[in-house]
Each structure stands twice: as structure tokens, then as C-alpha cells.
Design a protein around this ligand. Structure first.
Ligand code: DP6
Length: 357
């Protein structure tokens, strides 16, 4: 039995990055089994991460502390998903131990930097390590937990989390059947140095959760058109990544983000994540690109903040121009990265004090 392999009170820590989608996952064919309506593709980040530690404890009640605050397992609370996820992992591993978990982000939570992606990726990895006593990918695979399986488990917590189990560029294929879904690292982070300047207009939680907005997408008259064009968009995005063509990639990511937000704004109920500042910033990026040659393209997740994507060798000049034109705005500098890490030890032992990026 796997359960007996990890002693109680031995701490394991996962550090999982967020990811930014270039082709957005928007809408679910079946929410209960987290089967997305369309393929998505993302770049795994480096600095925006969730660091989660887990250890087995006696008894049957899980404890989960997020940034010092204990979360409730109450069915009606939003943190219920976390406890449900732990139950799912135990069932998968056929173990029964309760877990004590502490978690923190290196970036503002719930503001369009996908905190559920890094959060459920880190939780899946830390809990699996605590329950099995293993931290190495090949040994986890021997126990029936290869990386692909871990990605699918993370996806069950939050769809985008499945992509954060890998590094570089990651394609989540929806498949023709729910069981043929695949999450694949198509290129490692070394393939192409891309940066993400996260323009933070609001650090506050978003109004409509992406889970609710996924449902609302089916009510939008534009959703069928989006789905019809996804396959060719994916081909173009994959080709642009393969040939490291930033103009071709940039054009695709901007139209994909705007398409997703058009669906969100016209869904039932409608959700509007784009605030006034966001809209002004998008117009500025396009203007600067056409008249001033700014080599950067935007994308936006389900929040008011903008991700400005550029090649890493252009990062310093792009950051300078943003700082000059938008001096009051906070910018988080991030870039493509190799994916999550998993090790034995506490967060403090492994990383020291975790500070916000
Ligand atoms: C806009 O993964 O947060 O970030 O599966 O319901 O937890 P759930 O949704 P979530 O949706 C992410 C939506 C997005 C686009 C993307 O990351 O692909």
C-alpha cells in the first residue's frame, strides 16, 4: 500500500508556476469531468508561482492554510474545491491519510494572473508527494503517477492547472472523447526566450469566477464561431512557436484574447473583465506598435490585468516604454520557465522567506 511509504510529519514542498494562455481554454463540454470545449496552448512562467507544502497528519480532517489563514471546507465556500481535490487525490492513490497543507503565492491572487493554475498544480504535486513519499518524476511514474497523470489530476482541480505541470509551451488537446484529452509539452522553455510583463491594474479578486464564465460562454452567439476557428488558430500558433516568429504569434494571441472576451461579454450571464484602464492600455499597445515599432503583443485572462508578451531580448526596451507612458502602473516581469519543482523539506528550508514578485 502506497500509504505506508510516507511517514507522518515529513514535509514535501512543490513550487508550481502560473501559465499564460496564447490560445484560451474557454467553455467546457462537460464541467463534471473538466472536459474543455476547445484545445488551449500556454507558456509556463517562472516568477509567478504557488509554493505549497504538505505533510501527513493523524486523524481524518485536512487542514489547509493559505497565506497564514486557515480555509474552511464548508461545501458552500469557494475553498471547498481544495478539499474536494484532496479527496480525489486520495481516491486515485487509494490512501486515506489526512494532510496538513500550507500554501502561498508569489503574486496577487485572483486578478487575471492564473492563481488557480499554479495553485492546483502545486497542491496536486505536494499532496501526491506527501501521500507517496516520492518527489522524483520517474519514481512517481513507477507508482502509477506519471507526469501526464498528474497533469490530468491537476486539471480536475482547475483546467488551466494541468498545463502548469509542464514547462515551456504546453498544448492541452480537448480530444474527440473526454478520455482522449492530452496535455503535452510541445517545446521546452529553452526553445524560445519570451517574456511576459504583467501590467497590474487591479490586485483585487475578479467579480465572475472563470468557472462561472465557462458556463456562460454557451449562451454567446459568438461561441460557435470561436470554436469553429480554433483548430486553424492552433495550427498558426504552433507554427509561429516552432519558427520563433513573434509577429505571427503576437497577431494570433491578441485576436484569441479579444475573441475570448467577446464571448465573455456576450455570454449569459455576461462577464466583463476589461476595465477602463485595460482598454486604454490595449489601445496604447496597438498605437505604439504601429507608429513606434513597439515589439510587444497583449493577451488578457479573466481579469483586468494585461500580459504584454515580447521576446526576452526586447524586454528592457519594452519595460522602459511602459514605465514612461504608464508611470503609476505596477509591472511584474516574468518569462518562460521550465515548470514545477518538487522536493522534500519545508518552503522555508527550500526557498527561505517567500516575498511577492
Ligand atoms: C481565461 O482554469 O481558471 O485563464 O477549470 O473552471 O478552474 P476552471 O477554469 P480556469 O480557466 C482559465 C481560463 C483562462 C484561459 C486559460 O488559462 O486557458
Amino acid at each position: 500500500m502506497i500509504d505506508s511509504m510516507a511517514p507522518e510529519n515529513m514535509t514535501f514542498t512543490a513550487s508550481a508556476p502560473s501559465n499564460i494562455a496564447f490560445v484560451k481554454y474557454w467553455g467546457k463540454r462537460d464541467a463534471a469531468i473538466q472536459w474543455p470545449a476547445n484545445d488551449s496552448l500556454s507558456m509556463t512562467l517562472t516568477r509567478c508561482r504557488t509554493i505549497t507544502s504538505a505533510k501527513k497528519i493523524p486523524g481524518s480532517r485536512d487542514i489547509f492554510r493559505f497565506e497564514g489563514q486557515e480555509l474552511t471546507s464548508d461545501r458552500k465556500s469557494s475553498s471547498h474545491k481544495v478539499f474536494e481535490h484532496l479527496g480525489r487525490l486520495r481516491e486515485e492513490l487509494r490512501v486515506t491519510s489526512a494532510l496538513d497543507i500550507t500554501s502561498q503565492n508569489t503574486f496577487p491572487t485572483a486578478c487575471g494572473i492564473a492563481s488557480s493554475a499554479s495553485g492546483f498544480a502545486a497542491l496536486t504535486l505536494a499532496a501526491t508527494a506527501a501521500l507517496t513519499g516520492e518527489t522524483e518524476w520517474d519514481k512517481l511514474a513507477v507508482l502509477g503517477m506519471p507526469r501526464q497523470r498528474l497533469a490530468h489530476l491537476a486539471r480536475m482541480g482547475s483546467g488551466s492547472a494541468g498545463r502548469s505541470i509542464f514547462g515551456g509551451f504546453v498544448h492541452w488537446a480537448a480530444g474527440d472523447t473526454a478520455n482522449s484529452q492530452e496535455i503535452v509539452e510541445i517545446c521546452p522553455s529553452s526553445h524560445w526566450g519570451l517574456s511576459d510583463l504583467v501590467i497590474v491594474f487591479s490586485g483585487h479578486s475578479k467579480h465572475t469566477s472563470s468557472s462561472d464564465a465557462h458556463k456562460a460562454a454557451w449562451g454567446s452567439p459568438f461561441f460557435p464561431a470561436r470554436l469553429a476557428g480554433i483548430h486553424s488558430r492552433m495550427e498558426r500558433v504552433r507554427a509561429a512557436i516552432k519558427s520563433r516568429n513573434i509577429e505571427a504569434l503576437g497577431e494570433q494571441i491578441e485576436s484569441d484574447a479579444l475573441e475570448m472576451h467577446a464571448v465573455a461579454m456576450t455570454g449569459t450571464p455576461a462577464a466583463n473583465y476589461i476595465q477602463e484602464d485595460t482598454a486604454r492600455f490595449l489601445a496604447w499597445v496597438r498605437q505604439e506598435r504601429s507608429t513606434g515599432g513597439l515589439p510587444a503583443w497583449f493577451t488578457i485572462d479573466a481579469g483586468p490585468n494585461v500580459h504584454l508578451i515580447c521576446e526576452t531580448n526586447a524586454y528592457a526596451s519594452v519595460a522602459k516604454r511602459v514605465a514612461e507612458a504608464w508611470p503609476q502602473v505596477r509591472v511584474i516581469m516574468d518569462q518562460i520557465g521550465p515548470g514545477p519543482t518538487l522536493a522534500r523539506g519545508t518552503a522555508k528550508e527550500l526557498f527561505g522567506e517567500v516575498t511577492n514578485v
